[in-house]
Each structure stands twice: as C-alpha cells, then as structure tokens.
Write a protein that binds this ligand. Structure first.
Ligand SMILES: Cc1cc2nc3c(=O)[nH]c(=O)nc-3n(C[C@H](O)[C@H](O)[C@H](O)COP(=O)(O)OP(=O)(O)OC[C@H]3O[C@@H](n4cnc5c(N)ncnc54)[C@H](O)[C@@H]3O)c2cc1C
Length: 282
C-alpha cells in the first residue's frame, strides 16, 4: 500500500517549483519512481505531494553538440544506453547506466533520479564526477547550475533546495579522453554496488581523475593526479594510496568495511591499467 499523497502532472517548470514551494518540504519530484515509490512503500519517505515532470517536452531532450551533451531530466537510462552517439562519447557512463537494475527498471529510471536520490552507491555518480558534469536546476527564484562536484551533500542529501527541480545534466564532449567504470557487487545480475569507481585519463595533460562510490557518505572525487607512464607501477601505487586516504568505508548490509578496503585497490588498479595501458596484460 502506497502512502496518502496528492499527485500533480505539471505543464510548466514554474508551476512545479511553485507547487514544491507551497508543499513546504513535503513535496517530491516523481521521475521514474524506481527509488521514490519503493521508499514510500517501505515507509522511508512520506511526501504529501508528488510532482510529475514527465509531460514537459524540454525535459525529454537528448542532444549532442560539438561542445556538450544535454541529458534532459526525464530521459530514461535505456534511451541513453541505446543511443550510439551517446555511447560513443561516454562509453563508461553507458556501462555504469547499464549496470543499474534490470532492463524493465532502466525503461523508467533516469540519471537525474539516480543522483537526486543521494545514495553514496549511485552508479552514475562516479562517472559524472570524472566527466565534470553540470547539473541544471530550476527553482522559484529561477535557474541555476551546480557543478556535480558540489551536488552531493551527504547520505540521501543533495545541494537542491526543496523548491528546485533538476531540468538537465550536461557533459562536456572531449574526444581524446579515455574513461572507465567498474562495479563490485555481491552477485552476478542486478545488485547495488559494494564499491564502484570511475576514471578518466587525458593523454594531453597526462592527468587522471578518479571517483569512488559506496565508500563514504557521498561519492568521492579526487583532485587530478599526474601520471608518469614511464613508471606505471609507481604511478598506480601512488594513485591507490591517494584513493585510500580519501575514503572512509563502513560495514553495512552489502559488505564489511574490511571487504570494501580490500576491493578498492583492485578496482582502482584495474581502471588505471585499462586507461594507461589499454593493450597491456592487466
Ligand atoms: C530493484 C532495483 C534495483 C536497483 N539497482 C540499482 C543499481 O544497480 N544502481 C543504482 O545506482 N541504483 C539502483 N536502483 C535505484 C534506482 O533505480 C536508480 O537510482 C534510478 O536511477 C532512480 O531514477 P528514477 O528516475 O526512478 O528516480 P525517482 O525514483 O523518480 O526519484 C529518485 C529521487 O530523486 C528525486 N528526483 C527525481 N527526479 C528529480 C528531478 N528532476 N529534480 C529533483 N529531484 C528529482 C525524487 O524526488 C526522489 O527523491 C535500483 C532500484 C531498484 C528498485
């Protein structure tokens, strides 16, 4: 049995923001509902108003220009995964999205919902972080942009104000950059991450960006790390030690802190080998 709430299918973003403001923190945006409806059913959330944005055409835009890709907030995961241009530009993000839930779930779920849910284990988060994504939001005061690095505020908390709706996420297009995503889960098939991690390597600057999920209250983005490809082993060891100092895994239903600490260097090493030595033996 779902809770007792009002439902509104909005016809403009302003209408949605006003409805959320009037609901005074008791409103929630409904995207695919794959997190929200489960949480309501389990009694973890009890919003008085659900604001459904899926009738707004602008939020269904998926567009790639020479500089950037725009992912409207209502674009489903499967639409992204099955779009060849998108996969060509962002293979690691497509891999991350494909690791989320089941095919049926990905027909409903959105990237915006994945990040707005504020889970430290959100599978899109590490890749969005290393890609320097920008989150575009709209509130009663108008639009604003939030760099993804500033978006996650704690477990189940984001930088969004109660009246704000994410309208899109944009990603820079950078053809030369190599990216990778890996996820450790308890079982084959669909499961949340015990640890997830993403890396992006720019051969021009010879710097790597690394981001880790499920090992701290929020997904963690490290500062750019210079890589010396002539001494790959030393560079990787250095990067792994920086990662270990940046996270604080806990034990929970999915894994112990000790297991996470043991898995993390393996994932990070594999990512770095894939990025820096693509034809190598790792
Ligand atoms: C069986 C199952 C398996 C799953 N497996 C995975 C997994 O492997 N990896 C993973 O990361 N997640 C997983 N999830 C979680 C979930 O499917 C994803 O987080 C999904 O991307 C959420 O998107 P959604 O569109 O359904 O969001 P919703 O459920 O609609 O919303 C999620 C939250 O974000 C808010 N929100 C949504 N859109 C907006 C917006 N535009 N502006 C402001 N706030 C907004 C909602 O109010 C809500 O708080 C799983 C869930 C289930 C039920």
């Amino acid at each position: 049995m779902l809770g007792n709430f009002e439902y509104t299918r909005i016809r403009s973003i302003d209408e949605g923001c006003r409805a959320l403001a009037d609901a005074k923190e008791a409103g929630a945006v409904l995207a695919g509902g794959t997190d929200l409806l489960v949480e309501i059913r389990n009694g973890l959330k009890s919003p008085k108003l659900l604001v459904d944005c899926k009738a707004l055409d602008d939020l269904h835009v998926l567009d790639t220009s020479p500089e950037k890709t725009t992912i409207g907030a209502s674009v489903t995961l499967n639409r992204l995964i099955e779009n060849r241009t998108f996969r060509g530009h962002y293979p690691a993000l497509a891999d991350a999205l494909e690791s989320i839930g089941t095919y049926q779930l990905r027909n409903r779920a959105t990237v915006s919902g994945n990040i707005c849910n504020g889970s430290p284990a959100a599978d899109s988060a590490p890749v969005l972080l290393v890609l320097d994504a920008t989150v575009h939001v709209h509130g009663v005061g108008g639009p604003r942009v939030i760099p993804i690095a500033d978006f996650f505020a704690g477990v189940k908390r984001t930088a969004l104000n109660p009246d704000e709706i994410v309208t899109s996420i944009t990603l820079p297009v950078n053809a030369g950059r190599r990216t990778s995503f890996l996820k450790q889960q308890r079982i084959k098939g669909h499961d949340l991450a015990v640890v997830n991690a993403a890396g992006a390597y720019d051969p021009e600057t010879r710097e790597v960006r690394l981001a880790i999920g499920s090992c701290a209250p929020t997904p963690v983005l490290l500062d750019p790390i210079p890589m010396d490809v002539s001494d790959l082993a030393a560079s990787i060891n250095h990067a792994v030690s920086l990662v270990q100092r940046s996270v604080s895994p806990i034990s929970d239903v999915r894994a112990s802190a000790g297991y996470r600490n043991a898995v993390l260097p393996v994932l990070v090493t594999r990512i770095l080998r894939e990025l820096l030595d693509p034809g190598g033996e790792a």
